[in-house]
Design a protein around this ligand. Structure first.
Ligand code: FMN
Length: 329
C-alpha cells in the first residue's frame, strides 16, 4: 500500500489534503466532520486585519486620546488584547484539538504593514500549529509602484516571523509581474511554505438592479492550470514547501499538483459542492494511482514530475502558445 504521508510547512501530515480557509473551517462541527472524512489539516477561516484593528480600537477607546488612530501603538498593547475574537479563535482551536489530532493552521488576512501583526503571537499562544498569511491588497493608486508594494508584502512576512516560532505560510497572489522572484523573496523573508495561489473575491455588475455584486465565489474545474504552471516552474527552484490551491475539483487535478511538485493541496470549492466525504475519494484515488504507477511515496511522484519539466520552460511555453494560438485563421 502506498505511503501518502507528507511534510508541509513544518507539519507532518497523514495525507496531502488540507481544507483551505473558508466557511467550512469556521466552526468545530464542520471541522470535525472534515477530519472524519480524512482532512490532514485545516486552515481556519481568516481573521481579517480590519477586525483585529476594530477590536484594538474598541479595547482602547478613549484611553489613547489623539494616539487612538496611531497604529504604531498596537505593538505595545497587543499582548494585552483579550478580545472576543481571540477568545473565539482560541476556543475553536482547543475544541478542534480535543476531538482530532490534525494540525490547525490559523489564517490572517492582512493588507497593511501597520503594527498589528504580533496578533499572530496570540494565535500561536492559542495553540495554532502554523500561521497562513493571506496578504491581500488591491492597489488602485496610480502612484504606488510594484517595488513599493513588494516591500510592504515582505515587511509583513518578516515581522510576523519575528513574532512567532511556529511555521508561517504565505498564500500568494497569482498577479505579481515577477511571480518567480516574489516566491523566492518570500522564502528569503522566512516563509516556511507558499500557497499557490489565492483566489480573490471579484466584483461584478448587476445591470438589472444597477449595482455591484459579487462574482461567483467558487472556483471552476479549469482554474487549476494557473497554479499547476507555476508550481511546476518553481518547485525545483525553491526550498520551501508548496501547497497547491485553486481549482482542485477532481482527484486527477490533485494528482497533477503533486506531480508538479506540491507537497500538499488545499481544497475548498470542491468540498462545498460535493461534501466532506469527497476527501475519501481523493485518498482512494491517490492510493490506487500510486499502486498502479508503482510509486511508494509522494517523493516518487515529484521525481516522476521532474522528468517532464522542459529545460527551457519559457521557450517551451512560447512554442506551445504559437502552436495553438499562432494560426492566422
Ligand atoms: C466561501 C469562501 C470563503 C473563503 N474565505 C477565505 C478566507 O477567509 N481566507 C482565505 O485566505 N481564503 C478564503 N477563501 C479562499 C479559499 O481558501 C481558496 O483560496 C479559494 O476558494 C480557491 O480554492 P478552491 O478552488 O479549492 O475553492 C474562501 C473561499 C470561499 C469559497
Amino acid at each position: 500500500m502506498a505511503d501518502i504521508t507528507t511534510k508541509y510547512c513544518g507539519l507532518d501530515l497523514k495525507n496531502p489534503f488540507i481544507v483551505g480557509s473558508s466557511g467550512l473551517t469556521s466552526g468545530v462541527d464542520s471541522i470535525n466532520r472534515l477530519a472524519k472524512s480524512g482532512a490532514a489539516a485545516v486552515v481556519l477561516k481568516s481573521v481579517f486585519e480590519e477586525e483585529i484593528l476594530l477590536e484594538y480600537k474598541q479595547t482602547f477607546k478613549n484611553q489613547l486620546g489623539s494616539q487612538e488612530a496611531n497604529l504604531e501603538f498596537f505593538d505595545y498593547y497587543d499582548y494585552q488584547l483579550k478580545g472576543e475574537m481571540l477568545e473565539n479563535t482560541t476556543e475553536l482551536i482547543n475544541r478542534v484539538k480535543e476531538s482530532n489530532d490534525i494540525p490547525v493552521i490559523a489564517s490572517i488576512n492582512c493588507r497593511s504593514s501597520a503594527e498589528w501583526f504580533s496578533y499572530a503571537k496570540n494565535l500561536e499562544k492559542a495553540g495554532a500549529d502554523a500561521i497562513e498569511l493571506n496578504i491581500h491588497r488591491v492597489v488602485d493608486s496610480v502612484d504606488e509602484s510594484a517595488a513599493v508594494i513588494t516591500e510592504k508584502y515582505l515587511n509583513i512576512v518578516q515581522k510576523v516571523k519575528k513574532h512567532v516560532t511556529i511555521p508561517v505560510a504565505v498564500k500568494m497572489s497569482p498577479f505579481f509581474a515577477d511571480t518567480a522572484h516574489m516566491a523566492s523573496q518570500f522564502e528569503k523573508a522566512g516563509a516556511d511554505a507558499l500557497v499557490m495561489f489565492n483566489r480573490y473575491y471579484s466584483p461584478d455588475i448587476d445591470l438589472e438592479n444597477n449595482k455591484l455584486i459579487s462574482a461567483p465565489v467558487y472556483s471552476n474545474p479549469g482554474d487549476y492550470t494557473l497554479p499547476l504552471r507555476w508550481i511546476s516552474l518553481l518547485s525545483g527552484k525553491l526550498k520551501t514547501d508548496i501547497a497547491a490551491s485553486t481549482g482542485i475539483h477532481s482527484p486527477e487535478s490533485m494528482i497533477k499538483m503533486l506531480v508538479a511538485g506540491a507537497s500538499a493541496v488545499q481544497i475548498v470549492s470542491a468540498l462545498y459542492k460535493n461534501g466532506p466525504d469527497y476527501l475519501l475519494d481523493f485518498s482512494h484515488y491517490l492510493e490506487e494511482w500510486m499502486d498502479k504507477k508503482g510509486f511508494d511515496t509522494l517523493k516518487d511522484i515529484r521525481e516522476y514530475g521532474r522528468t517532464m519539466i522542459p529545460s527551457n520552460s519559457e521557450m517551451f511555453e512560447r512554442v506551445q502558445f504559437m502552436k495553438y494560438f499562432g494560426k492566422r485563421c
